[in-house]
Design a protein around this ligand. Structure first.
Ligand code: BG6
Length: 513
């Protein structure tokens, strides 16, 4: 099969070409490099989307030779590259461009060694001096790396080359630390060089929200408080903390998922139409929406935010540990492994429409979706049988399914066959997989290509990050000063009762996805 006759390898369906360049990964011995970055690069190589001579320089504290690094990354590709076949030739071509230099990030020598390596690569692999730095270390090292790159004069190239930096999440631990990082970056990099990543924005289905809303004329006229009664955004995970207990104990669900991924999804669902699909306009609209989220007083936090933590339970004969029993976790930890918040948006479009957002670990199943509930018809001349218009089983529900079964479902009422006029909800279903018959790129593939080609549309920006920290800040303050009765939900369930009560007070209930 020639590349162009195989849709999985047809580079022409992608608009952008990556020009010769090198990628430097700080934190190359970490989980993200192994699970996401290198597998994404392999898939890009498989689809002929990387330029000839493309090089990766991995850095972390652990001593390793280039060969050991290549072997480790090969294992990672074999383990974490689903759907794309492993081909020795593709891997070997990519692997010859992988280098590794260990070093202590606080030591200036680390950056001079990387600089020397990059100069050598520039000549041997013709990368043109173009470099993307990727910060994937412990966040506490971010400022040291930025400073080190500045001192080594690696951030400002000459001769028309480019330098960019991707900053992984978490971007700060709270509003104050996010601001400190934001203040440190411009001492070395200009804002246009900085790519703050939120991998949810790179997911095909999250990008498709924009296509769905702004590429069609039939939904947008309904996309406001006159037709929509509430919005639910759910990101449920069945996994626990997967060996990340020490990190997660300090983070919790509100910081780990809601402050970033879910608020970015909410901004995408609720933002105004941008004039063009380009970095500044799209990000301006997202930022404006995030700034319109109503800030909570401490009393409002108690009514509009619920924290949960999973306890042990048995699922299908298998015993699941509670969060406090996980390794690296303090047996009295007050960490939220579940968080649910009712946000309101103070603008004309959304006044009075609650945005219910929830995320949790060890829930019944893995699912991320957005459910838009429309008002009931103002008057129904029909019998609706047992249909209860106040529940999520009610009519006119639009569900945008982000994962795992990507697609869109529209629910409406239909006549039940037979005599009489009994109505039942039915569904119209669009499924990504069956409609396009090709693999969607993983978020990290999309976002790496974007950063390598200089497109920041799907990256967040200083004002967006700070606005989303501001939205969750009062919740963090209240939770820090409240002793919570944890655990309060069973592993394998849909979360704590208090979360159902939060919606119940407004006459709503969580939909079961
Ligand atoms: C990460 C969080 O940002 O997103 C993890 O730190 C979470 O805790 C992950 O599991 C979820 O991402 P995805 O793409 O698997 O839904």
């Amino acid at each position: 099969m020639t590349p162009s006759s195989n849709p999985f390898r047809d580079a022409t369906r992608f608009e952008r070409r990556v020009r010769p360049c090198a990628l430097v990964i700080f934190g190359a011995n970490g989980d993200l490099t192994k699970r996401k970055l290198i597998p994404a690069l392999y898939r890009l190589a498989y689809e002929h989307r990387l330029p000839p001579g493309f090089a990766v320089v991995g850095n972390s504290r652990t001593e390793m030779t280039h060969e050991q690094f290549r072997d480790k990354m090969r294992e990672a590709v074999l383990e974490f590259t689903e759907e794309t076949p492993f081909e020795e030739k593709i891997w070997n071509d990519l692997a010859t461009g992988l280098y590794y230099d260990s070093g202590d990030l606080k030591d200036a020598g680390c950056y001079t060694r990387i600089k020397a390596r990059l100069q050598e690569i520039e000549h041997s692999r013709q990368t043109g001096g173009n470099i993307l730095f990727y910060l994937s270390t412990q966040p506490s090292h971010y400022r040291a790396v930025i400073h080190g790159l500045g001192v080594a004069n690696l951030a400002k190239p000459g001769n028309g080359a480019w330098r960019r930096i991707v900053v992984e999440k978490p971007f700060g631990h709270d509003l104050a630390s996010a601001r400190e990082l934001d203040d440190a970056i411009p001492r070395v990099f200009n804002e246009e060089q900085v790519y703050r990543i939120d991998h949810y924005l790179g997911k095909e289905t999250v990008q498709n929200i924009l296509a769905f809303r702004f590429g069609n004329s039939i939904f947008e006229p309904l996309w406001n408080r006159n037709y929509i009664s509430s919005v639910q955004i759910t990101a449920a995970e069945s996994i626990g903390v997967e060996g990340r207990g020490a990190y997660y104990q300090e983070a919790g669900a509100l910081r780990d998922m809601i402050q970033n991924h879910l608020l970015q999804i909410m901004a995408t669902v609720a933002m105004e139409p941008p004039a063009a699909f380009e970095a500044q306009t799209v990000r301006d609209e997202r930022a404006k929406l995030l700034r319109s989220i109503r800030p909570f007083t401490h009393d409002e936090v108690r009514l509009n935010a619920v924290a949960g933590q999973y306890g042990p339970c048995r699922v299908g004969g298998q015993a699941l540990a509670g969060f406090r029993e996980e390794s690296g976790v303090n047996p009295e930890a007050q960490t939220d492994t579940y968080a649910a918040v009712t946000f309101t948006v103070d603008n004309w479009r959304w006044a009075g429409v609650p945005f219910y957002i929830r995320s949790g670990k060890r829930m019944t199943k893995r699912v991320t979706d957005i459910a838009i509930r429309f008002h009931s018809a103002p008057h129904s001349p029909f019998q609706t049988g047992n249909h209860d218009s106040a529940s999520w089983a009610g009519p006119n529900l639009l569900v945008l399914r982000v994962q795992p079964e990507e697609g869109i479902t529209l629910r409406f009422l239909s006549k039940l066959p037979g005599s009489g006029m009994k109505l039942r909800p039915v569904e119209m279903d669009f499924k990504y997989g069956s409609s396009f018959g090709m693999r969607s790129p993983a978020a990290y593939e999309t976002l790496l290509v974007d950063a390598l080609t200089g497109d920041a549309t799907l990256y967040t920006r200083r004002d967006m990050v700070e606005a989303s920290w501001e939205a969750v800040h009062p919740i963090m303050e209240v939770w820090q000063n409240t002793k919570k009765e944890f655990p309060n939900y069973e592993a394998g369930s849909w979360g704590p009762k208090a979360s159902d009560e939060m919606l119940g007070r407004r006459g709503h209930s969580w939909r079961v996805p």
